[in-house]
Design a protein around this ligand. Structure first.
Ligand SMILES: [Zn+2]
Length: 268
């Protein structure tokens, strides 16, 4: 697809987010990978209904603006964290669809496997990335969830989805919101009944066969947007160092460490 085609597509999906009622005010943002360390993204402080192809911004892999008219949005670090940890990802979408965001802000997990098709499409439930202050902390917390997942609830915030193209990322946003609506009704009717656990291996096998739920083993999980806290195991993304060929420990291993850290922090 040409750059002009990608711009038109971003504007189209931005308007769809607004039409679906998944964003209000200036909420939400979309981006696509342009190649050569460049990303095309929606501008900040713009209603998604008003996004036009000619009003997009281009940022580099540190989130700095290198083209376009508007200004980049502050959550670009979340998008870059996904891109830099998943080379297969070409598009990222962030929105606040009301039901799924309701789960995210109520601290109610949506991580049970209760619909077979959804397990194949999204994995055994949609994980919640624990709330972290916007910026470096939020990127660091998200980084561990980029492996094996394609959609997450952002605790106290909203939903982030990604995929090989904008349509897939958009459909994943739609599915997360749909699952949240179903789970909400089920809770009103007495609660979600998880699928029998004996069924899960088969569904996850179908998921793997479909090439979904990718991890990049052998690659270090990186945080795109700001320095990692002192003593942290998380490597801050540094294009210069990476291009010099610094050896990177396994992403999956680091993801496990961060998940354990998060679990321990939540218990405190
Ligand atoms: Zn947001």
């Amino acid at each position: 697809m040409t750059s002009a085609g990608r711009s038109a597509e971003i504007a189209d999906y931005a308007q769809r987010l607004h039409a679906r009622g998944w964003v209000a005010n200036h909420d939400g943002n979309l981006s696509v990978r342009e190649g050569n360390g460049r990303y095309l993204a929606t501008p900040t402080a713009t209603s998604k209904a008003a996004v036009r192809a000619e009003g997009l911004v281009v940022v580099d892999d540190e989130g700095k603006q290198v083209g376009g008219r508007g200004k980049p949005f502050s959550e670009i670090g979340l998008h870059l964290t996904v891109y830099q940890n998943r080379r297969d990802v070409e598009a990222v979408i962030h929105a606040h669809p009301p039901t799924a965001t309701g789960f995210a802000v109520a601290g109610v997990p949506l991580d049970e496997a209760f619909l077979a098709e959804a397990v194949v499409s999204l994995g055994p439930g949609v994980p919640t990335v624990p709330f972290a202050a916007p910026g470096a902390d939020a990127c660091r917390t998200l980084a561990a969830f980029t492996q094996g997942y394609d959609a997450v609830l952002l605790g106290g915030h909203g939903v982030l989805t990604w995929g090989p193209d904008l349509e897939t990322a958009y459909l994943r946003m739609e599915l997360v919101e749909h699952l949240a609506k179903i789970a909400l009704v089920a809770r009103q009717l007495g609660g979600v009944r998880p699928l029998p656990s004996s069924l899960l291996p088969k569904l996850l096998e179908a998921r793997a066969k479909a090439g979904l739920g990718k991890t990049e083993s052998g690659k270090k999980v990186v945080v795109a947007c700001a320095p990692a806290p002192p003593g942290s195991d998380v490597e801050v993304y540094d294009p210069k160092r990476q291009s010099r060929g610094v050896a990177l420990p396994p992403a999956t291993e680091l993801a496990n460490i961060i998940r354990q850290e998060i679990a321990a922090a939540l218990k405190k």
